[in-house]
Design a protein around this ligand. Structure first.
Ligand SMILES: Cc1ncc(COP(=O)(O)O)c(C=O)c1O
Length: 409
């Protein structure tokens, strides 16, 4: 474990590798753009003016720092560890996605690009990108699977209202993977004038690194807040994993604190023993998706398998390469939670804390509902509440409605 902890501090290496994972598996036409991006990012992060502009926006526009809330009634209900919620749901636009979109948007502007593109699943990254484009005076196209357009109609309306164009992806399962394919295809043909704002710690190097750097503010704030509140670090931290950006953002500042257990939660959909899940780290094998070598859900011929989750932000058949590395090194434990468990967790948080969580975040809560009762009352459990659930209320209503109907039949 100690070796894994030490190794994790220096990834990615100069080739963008997290151990065996990561890298840059892209068409020749994109290599130059990625090299330019890497240089521009390194230069921007060295520039105090860039950092001050970003910090100013995070503070005065996004509303950071987000609070760390003691979940008193949830703690009582579960009867074990003391539970704290990192409130990314209170970020402007309702999720952690804005932290990264602001960073990449500022970088796009600094690189002289007039337009940004983004892919989106749940629509939260799309909304964050559309918001940043409006704020910084850039044009914005968001690629989104047709199925997600249906599931997340409220977010589609928000993006349009913010002045972005939503481009439907109609291939495959018409979800996040297909939207990302379309965004990459568009970028290859328009690479000179367009900046691609990737929404998670996925894609070719340097994206997984850049997104982690913009999201690690979640864990940095949490660390400072819990130390100030309790004078000690948490015993365990739980975050949901789609591509893995809220989880990496939360975990990264705690990686070298070996006493803090870190748990990533994937979507088990209708169950890991069915073919309808998105448990990439639990059931996938190494393969290449969207320019990166990582764990991947694939069939026996190496073809990418469709992922399923009730939550549009988690049904991705790949995962960020740093998570693949952290799994293999043993520093982070990855588990999965079904649609049904996530729905029960939504209801639990609503009833005990008066907070409607995003379906993605509900996976982390569901895992905490299993873990907290096994922990002692003086242990501390932090949950990353990555987003709010307003976008999901229709899906939740449908799912709970059909469960009730099933019971009556
Ligand atoms: C609220 C929320 N949480 C989590 C996720 C999953 O993304 P990631 O794993 O990159 O944090 C999403 C994705 O859309 C989201 O909207």
């Amino acid at each position: 474990m100690k070796e894994a902890v030490a190794a994790t501090r220096v990834v990615p290496d100069k080739n963008g590798r997290f151990g065996a994972f990561g890298g840059k598996f892209v068409p020749e036409t994109l290599m130059n753009a990625l090299t330019e991006l890497e240089a521009a990012f390194a230069e921007a992060m060295q520039d105090p003016a860039f950092r001050e502009e970003l910090n100013g926006l995070l503070r005065e526009y996004a509303g950071r720092p987000t609070p760390l809330t003691y979940a008193e009634r949830l703690t009582e209900e579960l009867g074990g560890a003391r539970i704290y919620l990192k409130r990314e749901d209170l970020n402007h636009t309702g999720a952690h996605k804005l932290n990264n979109a602001l960073g990449q948007g500022l970088l796009a502007k600094r690189m002289g690009k007039k337009s940004i593109i983004a892919e989106t699943g749940a629509g939260q990254h799309g909304v964050a990108s559309a918001t940043v484009a409006a704020k910084l005076g850039l044009s914005c196209k968001v690629f989104m699977g047709e199925e997600d357009i249906r599931r997340q109609s409220l977010n589609v309306f928000r993006m349009n209202l913010l002045g972005a164009e939503v481009v439907p992806a109609v291939s495959g399962s018409r979800t996040l993977k297909d939207a990302t394919n379309e965004a990459i295809r568009y970028w290859v043909s328009n690479v000179e004038e367009t900046f691609y704002v990737i929404g998670s710690v996925v894609g070719p190097h340097p994206y997984p690194y850049i997104v982690r750097e913009f999201q690690k503010i979640i864990g940095e704030e949490t660390r400072a807040q819990i130390l100030q509140m309790l004078g000690k670090l948490p015993d365990e931290i739980i975050a949901c994993v789609g591509g893995g950006s809220n989880a990496i953002g939360m975990f990264y500042p705690f990686i070298s604190d070996g006493q803090v257990a870190l748990r990533g939660v994937e979507a088990a959909g209708r169950g890991v023993d069915t073919d309808k899940h998105a448990a990439t780290l639990s059931l996938g094998r190494p393969g290449v998706i969207h320019g990166s070598l990582t764990y991947l859900l694939q069939d026996e011929h190496g073809q990418v398998q469709e992922a399923h989750s009730i939550s549009a932000g988690l049904d991705y058949p790949g995962v960020g390469p740093e998570h693949a590395y952290l799994k293999d090194s043993g520093r982070v434990t990855y588990t999965s939670v079904t649609d049904e468990e996530a729905l029960a967790a939504v209801q639990m948080l609503c009833r005990t804390e008066g907070i409607i969580p995003a379906l993605e975040s509900a996976h982390a809560i569901a895992e905490a509902m299993k873990r907290a009762p096994q922990m002692s009352k003086d242990e501390i459990l932090v949950i990353c509440l990555s987003g709010r659930g307003d976008k999901d209320v229709l899906t939740i209503q449908d799912a709970l409605g059909s469960k009730e109907e099933g019971k009556q039949q």
